[in-house]
Design a binder for this molecule. Structure first.
Ligand SMILES: [Mg+2]
Ligand SMILES: [Zn+2]
Length: 194
């Protein structure tokens, strides 16, 4: 059976924005994130992370660190009985330094490759799915995928609201304080009372 999904950006949405997360010690969860993800789990939404990690192509950190962080995130969420169903990431960047990852890919957000990867792994009801992120590129990505995008004011969000959103054609459906607020808005929109 098809399930709706809430797609989540990683840096600045789930964990604190600290430039490139080039070490596990720089991965710090934002307050309330486990609770928000648990609410998605309990209300029949898949929680799927879609993240650009161009630091791999740039040679800032090894691809293994991305997997290590995924594992750490799962462990941290498990402590609060919350669960991420899948993680899809783009390690590419055309002007990087690690040649095998240096090309114009189709999976760097706002391009839509990551959604195709997610949809081939899960049976997703795209009409009832949402994207949550802290950058305008996340909102553009949502738009390209035919979803509503929610911008969170964590990470780069406050600056994006102030300096990037004005004058842009593509706008978020909602501007949330954080992931918890975003999830509340989504469930309310889907008429699921929390
Ligand atoms: Mg982000
Ligand atoms: Zn890519």
């Amino acid at each position: 059976m098809k399930k709706p999904a809430v797609f989540l950006d990683r840096d600045g949405t789930i964990n604190k924005q600290m430039g490139y997360i080039n070490h596990l010690s720089r991965f710090v969860l934002i307050k309330g994130v486990s609770k928000a993800i648990k609410i998605l789990n309990e209300n029949g939404f898949l929680a799927i992370v879609l993240t650009n990690q161009s630091g791999v192509a740039r040679g800032y950190f090894p691809i293994d660190l991305v997997y290590q962080i995924n594992e750490y995130l799962s462990e941290e969420l498990e402590k609060e009985n919350a669960r991420i169903d899948g993680v899809f990431f783009c390690p590419h960047y055309p002007k990087g330094s690690l040649l095998e990852y240096c090309f114009e890919c189709d999976c760097r957000k706002p391009r839509t490759g990551l959604i195709r990867q997610a949809c081939s792994a899960f049976d997703i009801d795209m009409k009832r799915s949402y994207m949550v992120g802290d950058r305008h590129t996340d909102i553009e990505f949502a738009h390209h995928c035919g979803m509503e995008g929610v911008l969170v004011k964590t990470g780069y969000g406050v600056g994006e609201v102030e300096y990037i959103l004005p004058g842009r054609e593509i706008q978020p459906a909602y501007i949330a304080d954080d992931l918890q607020d975003a999830v509340k808005w989504i469930l309310n929109k889907e008429k699921i009372k929390v």
